[in-house]
Design a protein. Structure first.
Length: 499
């Protein structure tokens, strides 16, 4: 969009080219145009223009008849777009000018009154915030859906023991539900980030005009309310130049994708022949073109692989905005494609990962055996000594030497008899450390611990928190859907994400 927000590149009375003696070079036209991607928020552009036209009439800036003509033409373009009969060219330059051209073909010169007291600078910022709000709600729904899935799987595994890891080495036994709840906690924070991003972006730039506000008596608060915003952006210069809302969403999406990538890596490990903790359903796995025995976790691998793409968009936008002076600069045309692709990519991941997880089958016996292998109960033995007054560092040394001895002899703790335990330390002569994983995890019966009783309590808290988050989303989504609905249409108008 040109920095002054005026017209298109044709050099006509409708364009910014009126001060130029020559029409733009075709290469400039192609390089400058954003119509190839910003037509994605045609509905947001129309809806913002409808609110603007209504306000112009309320404030006596244009006549009620002209405003009605403008609104009718805008809804006609909306209907044509919904029917798939709208076509744009490079000459349209951007979606705003393209919509105006389509209106002008229907109602003629009165179309020009729509741009009264408005620049394409505040127009595009409003359109993009409307689109971003709808996109954020869809992503948030997907995040909560994934969290719900993990919680549902966890509900069946409060007693399913498995090894917990540090440095990818077996460390201590945990229960599978506790492990999955860790990812639910990550996703809850992701949901919080999205909600905070929505709260910050939900301010309306319309009325800021090019950068300094308008000489017309605009009702910015009324326009903001009609479009479902919490109010207008307070500073006109900030309104047209701010893209923090894009960075907020990119960051929230990147963090979500990072967490999904970590989970995906575990799925790859758990379903490998080396681990064999879980098996993927055939419907969510792929094979090899040459090796008939292969069953690949391609969904998890692709979900992991998309992380670089999404994080790259965040970094790219940060670099794009890092040195921009106030206010609008053409660089900001680069704000859209990265967010579009980020949302598209993350929604794909959030659509396919939950059913993959729901249909996984778990090998409880193999996980239980692995949970006590490689002396994973050594810490329990040291804790027992410490509870009987032995300084923990001394207890650590006693058990460490016992582990070294067992490794050298090819034995495990379970192979030691009573006399051998007593010889290790007198405390062990009176009380034996746990030798099974369920006893070990059950002893960690504190808030946040992996004891089954604690995990079940955590499950109840998770269920309550997710229900509250879903209620918040449903309430806010309903407001957005009402804003983005064409009069007389009982259905929900999507944000344009599927355009």
């Amino acid at each position: 969009m040109p920095a002054d927000g005026e017209g298109n590149a044709t050099g006509t009375a409708w364009g910014w080219g009126s001060r130029f003696a020559a029409t733009p070079d075709q290469r400039l036209q192609a390089f400058n145009a954003s119509i190839g991607f910003d037509q994605r928020f045609i509905r947001e552009d129309i809806r913002g223009s409808v609110a603007h036209a209504r306000m112009l009439a309320r404030q006596g800036i244009v006549s009620a008849q002209d405003a009605a003509t403008l609104e009718a033409a805008l809804w006609q373009v909306w209907d044509d777009a919904a029917a798939g009969t709208v076509a744009f060219t490079l000459a349209d330059e951007d979606i705003h000018t393209g919509v105006e051209r389509l209106m002008r073909e229907r109602i003629g010169d009165v179309t020009g009154k729509l741009h009264t007291a408005r620049s394409r600078n505040d127009q595009v910022a409003t359109d993009f915030r409307l689109w971003a709000r709808g996109a954020a709600y869809e992503v948030l729904a997907g995040v909560l859906g994934l969290a719900d899935t993990l919680a549902a799987v966890a509900a069946d595994h409060a007693d399913t023991v498995m090894p917990g890891y540090t440095h990818l080495q077996r460390a201590q036994p945990v229960v599978l539900a506790h492990h999955l709840h860790a990812y639910v906690a990550m996703l809850e924070r992701d949901a919080d980030r999205l909600r905070a991003a929505i709260d910050r972006l939900n301010r309306c730039p319309l009325g800021a005009a090019a950068l300094a506000g308008s000489t017309f008596p605009l009702d910015r608060e009324g326009v903001a309310a009609e479009l479902g915003f919490d109010g207008p952006v307070d500073n006109s210069m900030d309104a047209v130049s701010d893209r923090d809302f894009v960075l907020d969403l990119l960051n929230a999406c990147a963090m979500t994708q990072l967490h999904i990538s970590r989970l995906s890596e575990e799925v790859v490990l758990w379903t490998s022949a080396e681990f064999r903790f879980a098996t993927l359903d055939d419907a969510f796995a792929t094979g090899s073109s040459i090796m008939p025995q292969k069953k690949n976790a391609d969904i998890a691998e692709l979900a992991r692989g998309k992380t670089g793409r999404i994080v790259g968009h965040l970094v790219g936008m940060m670099v794009t905005t890092k040195g921009l002076p106030l206010t609008y600069n053409k660089d900001l045309q680069e704000d859209k494609e990265g967010l579009f692709d980020t949302v598209d990519s993350l929604l794909l991941v959030l659509d396919v990962v939950p059913p993959m997880l729901r249909t996984m089958r778990w090998d409880r016996d193999r996980m239980a055996a692995a949970a006590v292998a490689d002396f994973a109960l050594a810490t329990d033995a040291a804790d027992l000594l410490a509870r009987h007054g032995v300084p923990f560092r001394e207890a650590h040394g006693v058990v460490g030497r016992l582990v070294a001895r067992c490794v050298a002899e090819g034995r495990t703790f379970a192979d030691l008899d009573a006399a051998e335990w007593a010889a290790v330390h007198p405390v062990f002569g009176r009380e034996r450390p746990p030798l099974d994983a369920l006893t070990s995890v059950s002893a960690r019966d504190i808030t946040g611990g992996t004891a089954p009783a604690q995990v079940r309590a955590a499950q109840a808290r998770v269920t309550t928190r997710l229900a509250h988050a879903r209620a918040w989303l449903d309430e806010r989504q309903a407001i957005h859907d009402a804003v983005m609905r064409r009069p007389g249409d009982a259905g929900t108008a999507r944000s344009g994400i599927d355009a």
